[in-house]
Design a binder for this molecule. Structure first.
Ligand code: AMP
Ligand code: SF4
Length: 460
């Protein structure tokens, strides 16, 4: 998979609100955890689109002056994430085009597994691509559709794309929202008052813009909103859902609700199950902040061990530089995290993290805890071993780089990261926790743990 295709992002859209761009800006702030590489907003005043993109955080990409020029009552926005992909402004979304039928803006969270194939076909037909994103394929398919009107063309092309996509697409006067047939990424709808409709990758953005949750977008569903009202339809038959389980483990914000389930309570449940599966005698439970705090609370509660803030995160230390030497790399982790000696010294510490991919992060943190005087460090991970790449928009290293593929046994992995013991949540434990209150049709993708991918991968 090429590096430019590795991204996990956040999308936001709003229809029929006089401060559409401002609210999109707030919505993107709430989705900032889903992407810090670039941010963009496209807005329409009913006649034409205006757009702005910038690199970095939402508040780095936008100023009051820029937002003041973005008048209109319909907007879409995007935050982009890419740890190893091309950090280029031209790849920032929403992608905006002017074509024979007017203006078009596309914001996409996910990854199309058949993008290469469709791109080749389109290029042979004469399409000239402006970006290296898979998202641009969607715009070209709409532009080349035999169906003349956007409201017919857009739903029509959705059956040609495969993989994961939570999409918001906008013309001068219409908003289209769609979710891939497997429902791999979260996408929800909300309302502000009676008239304005919002769409967001996560419900935490509804709180930020004063919207009330309305409903989730169904896998394989499209929703078209224009002056005539709301029309919905399907571009694919209802399939078994494969919602990304990693959203619950790590990506989503804890105050979001995905398919009726609170991310916070599921994370606590992951910690409780982990404690039942892998208890350990210890004096204190410490979380790797921030995403592991709920599961550490669950773990501590289950075993009646005190939870303490043994690691403090500096919220201002971003991923801002590449450390050239080992010594500086070791120091960089201390910029981001600091161990509280008073809590750790002389103690048997259970260190909870949400996942291990390469093992680099946890190895450094174990050392930090040991340097603070811990007697023992027992690492417990609130997800199973990551052994397989994700083809649905989540950045992962190669299989060879993954810690779980470099060792046969948990014990050897534990030794590599320098811990006294190491244990992972089982796949059954993960599924049990994410399935709370679920109707039986709801299923999850666990491909990065199990290797069973819910779609064809088009790797040949
Ligand atoms: P690693 O150092 O490769 O083992 O990274 C694992 C750590 O990064 C965990 O603490 C997670 O919180 C976080 N993480 C897991 N998956 C991802 C991802 N796809 N992108 C960025 N961070 C991740
Ligand atoms: Fe999520 Fe893993 Fe499936 Fe990717 S492979 S969609 S990260 S569960």
């Amino acid at each position: 998979m090429s590096s430019e295709m590795k991204e996990k992002c956040g999308v936001f859209g709003i229809f029929n609100h006089p401060q559409a761009a401002d609210l999109t800006y707030y919505g993107l702030h709430a989705l900032q955890h889903r992407g810090q590489e670039s941010a963009g907003i496209a807005v329409s005043d009913g006649k034409r689109l205006k757009h702005h993109h910038g690199m970095g955080l939402v508040n780095q990409a936008f100023s009051r002056d820029i937002l003041d020029k973005m008048d209109g009552n319909m907007a879409i926005g995007h935050v982009r994430y890419s740890t190893s992909g091309e950090s280029l402004l031209k790849n920032a979304q929403p992608l905006v085009f002017n074509y024979s039928k007017g203006d078009l803006a596309v914001a996409h969270n996910g990854n199309l597994v058949n993008a290469r194939i469709e791109r080749d076909v389109l290029q042979q037909q004469g399409s000239i691509f402006q970006t290296t994103t898979d998202t641009e394929v969607i715009a070209h398919l709409i532009a080349r559709s035999k169906k003349q009107r956007f409201e017919h063309a857009a739903p029509d092309i959705l059956s040609r794309i495969d993989g994961s996509f939570a999409l918001v697409i906008m013309t001068e006067n219409q908003l289209l929202i769609a979710l891939d047939r497997h429902g791999l990424r979260p996408l929800s709808l909300g309302k502000i008052g009676d008239d304005a409709i919002v769409a967001s990758s996560e419900t935490c953005a509804f709180n930020a813009v004063g919207a009330k949750f309305w409903r989730d977008v169904e896998p394989g569903e499209w929703i078209l909103i224009n002056e005539n009202g709301i029309e919905t339809g399907r571009f694919a038959k209802k399939e078994e859902m494969s919602l990304c389980s990693f959203e619950f483990v790590y990506f989503a914000r804890p105050d979001s609700v995905i398919r009726g389930r609170s991310v916070l309570s599921i994370r606590k449940e992951l910690g409780e199950t982990l404690a039942k599966e892998h208890p350990v005698e210890a004096d204190v439970v410490v979380a790797v902040p921030e995403s592991s705090i709920p599961s550490a609370l669950g773990y501590a509660h289950q075993l009646d061990i005190p939870y303490e803030m043994g690691l403090i995160k500096n919220p201002y230390a971003g991923r801002s530089f590449i450390e050239p030497t080992q010594e500086l790399r070791e120091l960089a982790v201390r910029l981001k995290l600091s161990a509280v000696e008073e809590i750790i010294e002389g103690k048997r510490v259970v260190l909870i993290d949400d996942s291990i991919v390469r093992g680099t992060t946890i190895k450094r943190i174990v050392k930090l805890i040991q340097d603070a005087g811990a007697k023992e460090v027992h690492v417990r991970i609130s997800s199973p071993m990551v052994r397989n790449p994700c083809f649905y928009g989540v950045d992962m290293p190669t299989k060879e780089e993954m810690l779980a593929n470099r060792h046969e046994q948990e014990q050897a992995m534990g030794e590599t990261i320098g811990a006294d013991s190491l244990a992972f949540l089982s796949t059954d434990g993960l599924l049990e926790a994410v399935n709370i209150d679920l109707a039986e049709t709801n299923q999850h993708c666990i491909a990065c743990f199990s290797g069973a991918y819910p779609t064809h991968l088009y790797l040949d």
